[in-house]
Design a protein around this ligand. Structure first.
Ligand SMILES: *[C@@H]1O[C@H](CO)[C@@H](O)[C@H](O)[C@H]1NC(C)=O
Ligand SMILES: *[C@@H]1O[C@H](CO)[C@@H](O)[C@H](O)[C@H]1NC(C)=O
Ligand SMILES: *[C@@H]1O[C@H](CO)[C@@H](O)[C@H](O)[C@H]1NC(C)=O
Ligand SMILES: *[C@@H]1O[C@H](CO)[C@@H](O)[C@H](O)[C@H]1NC(C)=O
Length: 572
């Protein structure tokens, strides 16, 4: 548990996005999974936290003299040899460097390089590296790359030179090359230093965002799994459309007798989700009596397909219509708010939630979803307040209460607040008492329990959630992760994950987790295939970007292992 608060940082962002998209139950390990084993391994004790702390502050406090390398003072008399001359030039260079006279330092290092005997590789590596440091101060990044590359020719495991070259590539926006170098740095370093990991994360995000954008723009939009869609709708307790669906379910009709929006309701009840958009199109084209509802449903399914702009266009049109039912209008505003968040327009998102509150002060859905936005903005107190408000407005909505407890637990971790944590655990127990059959609550409780290290209990709750919601493949993904964390039983984990995938061929989280395991086992090819399947199953650009980051990380690590003769198997 010692490192939990730190190692949570990268996990949280994916989890936050997951919840924003209405998949709070499929919290993913995200990029962190990659070095998951490192962070959770027993080697990571208190001392490691110290290493993290130190390395994090180091670059800021870095003194110039740290950048250059000194060689041991020779005690013997060598002043006449070319080698001793070279060292004398270097010493002079170092002195000038410390004084900030980089141009002159460069001249000295150049002289050192010129006179140094060719068989003094180790020294030449140092001279080049030091000259690169001077060039870096002059922001001549191309020269930094030239000199660090030279240094690396003489000493290929020269970490300082490699890191300097990575930074230069970053400055020049050469993300691919930067990623390769910084990945190698992380590997040499054993994934220990926070500043290296942060840089890797940043570069990976740049690259994967670009790839995701390209892929996404070229592919046909597609819907996520039925399970996903079901869970998305569960996150709204006052959805007017779903109310109609529930009504309709009491007295189902033959679809041949139905037309217009009634047909949409029918297919929603039957979970024929592929029929939804075409039937909404019909209602919208003929401007039928249920025009607002048709816009709302079409926008919702486009949102689920990750078509942010199209969804937003429908919702905006709907909002401008007159005499729309207030529940429809509010649901529309909540969804606009959520989309604005995905476009990273937080202020506009909050404005839409506020408008919704003006229209329908006591609508629990508004607070639940605004709470999730606050969470993303790291306004934890506002988040919890909204979650509590939502629960008090609709105490019979256990999934909101479970989300509240989950977030409360997260905040407890964030702020090291034991009271929050135990309140969250108590909350889960209360929900269980009142709603013993709410699978979502059991599922979130199980996740929290496994984070507390209460693995046995976590397993029981995951299994109960799985019994209640027999179609949820994510239960098995989590059981797989639990098998790793708790029993360190890779084979059992793989068994669970294969089950998840066989239950739902779109189980992106399953492919992703299994892919990570295969790669950690050294089966690069199999891992990459699985990541590719996860990419195929992903349906939003955000998810694609996340998955590309895994793919890119795997490839970069394999490449670095080959280039520097590192053993991938030893690293994981
Ligand atoms: C350096 O050592 C050599 C013998 O190894 C000697 O001839 C020479 O005088 C010495 N030079 C100095 C400056 O001490
Ligand atoms: C870097 O090396 C290339 C190829 O050797 C050379 O053309 C270029 O001028 C060098 N750039 C700098 C700034 O030294
Ligand atoms: C290469 O550089 C590293 C420092 O990063 C050093 O520990 C190692 O001894 C050097 N290897 C050679 C062959 O000079
Ligand atoms: C929960 O489910 C069990 C078995 O499926 C059932 O017997 C029980 O009545 C349910 N409890 C509630 C409160 O719905």
């Amino acid at each position: 548990m010692a490192a939990t608060s730190k190692s949570n940082a990268p996990q949280l962002s994916k989890w936050q996005l997951a919840i924003i998209l209405g998949i709070g139950t499929t919290a993913s390990l995200g990029f962190a999974y990659w070095y998951y084993k490192k962070k959770h391994s027993k080697k990571f004790d208190k001392n490691c936290e110290d290493v993290y702390e130190n390395s994090e502050t180091k670059p800021k406090k870095r003194e110039l003299s740290n950048d250059i390398t000194y060689t041991k003072k020779e005690t013997s008399n060598t002043s006449e040899t070319p080698y001793s001359k070279a060292k004398a030039f270097k010493d002079k260079g170092n002195k000038l460097f410390k004084e900030g006279q980089f141009d002159k330092a460069i001249e000295c290092y150049t002289s050192a390089i010129d006179v140094c005997p060719a068989d003094r590789g180790e020294d030449l590596a140092t001279f080049y590296q030091n000259r690169a440091a001077a060039y870096e101060n002059l922001k001549n990044f191309e020269a930094v790359i030239n000199d660090t590359s030279k240094a690396l020719e003489y000493n290929k495991s020269y970490l300082k030179a490699l890191y300097r070259r990575a930074k230069a590539y970053e400055e020049l926006g050469d993300w691919q090359k930067c990623l390769e170098d910084i990945t190698a740095v992380c590997m040499f370093d054993g994934f220990r230093t926070e500043s290296y990991l942060k840089m890797t994360d940043k570069v990976m995000k740049e690259l994967s965002k670009k790839e995701a954008k390209e892929t996404f723009s070229q592919r046909e939009p597609k819907l996520p799994s039925k399970h996903f869609v079901r869970h998305y709708f569960i996150s709204f307790s006052e959805d007017p459309i779903m109310k109609s669906v529930e009504e309709y379910k009491k007295d189902m009709k033959n679809p041949a007798e139905l037309s217009g929006f009634r047909l949409v309701i029918h297919h929603l009840a039957e979970e024929n989700f592929d029929e939804i958009i075409p039937n909404c199109n019909v209602e919208i084209d003929r401007r039928g009596p249920d025009l607002p509802e048709a816009y709302l449903v079409r926008a919702t399914f486009k949102l689920l397909q990750g078509q942010i702009q199209d969804s937003l266009a429908d919702l905006t049109t709907l909002y401008a219509l007159e005499s729309v039912d207030v529940k429809v209008r509010v649901n529309c505003l909540i969804k606009i708010g959520t989309l604005k968040v995905q476009l990273e327009k937080m202020d506009e998102a909050l404005q839409h939630f506020n408008k919704a509150i003006e229209l329908d002060l006591n609508n629990a859905d508004i607070y639940l979803h605004r709470g999730q936005v606050y969470l993303l903005m790291e306004r934890f107190n506002d988040c919890l307040k909204d979650m509590e408000k939502s629960c008090s407005l609709n105490p019979n909505f256990p999934s909101a209460r479970a989300q509240k407890c989950y977030i409360q637990y997260r905040c407890g971790i964030q702020f090291n607040d034991e009271n929050q944590k135990s309140a969250a655990l108590k909350g889960f127990e209360e929900i269980e008492k009142n709603f013993p059959n709410c699978s979502e609550s059991l599922f979130l409780y199980a996740q929290v329990l496994s984070e507390c290290g209460e693995y046995q209990k976590a397993e029981t709750y995951f299994k109960r959630a799985g019994e209640l919601d027999a179609k949820d493949p994510n239960v098995y993904v989590h059981l797989g992760i639990l098998a790793l964390q708790w029993k360190e039983d890779v084979n059992l984990a793989i068994e669970y994950l294969n089950k998840a995938i066989s239950m739902d061929e779109k189980c992106q989280f399953g492919y992703e987790t299994l892919g990570s395991i295969e790669i950690q086992k050294g089966n690069l090819q199999r891992g990459l295939e699985l990541f590719q399947k996860a990419v195929d199953a992903a349906h939003t650009e955000t998810e694609l970007a996340h998955l590309y980051s895994l793919l890119l990380a795997a490839k970069a690590q394999a490449k670095a292992a080959e280039r520097f003769g590192l053993d991938l198997g030893n690293l994981v």
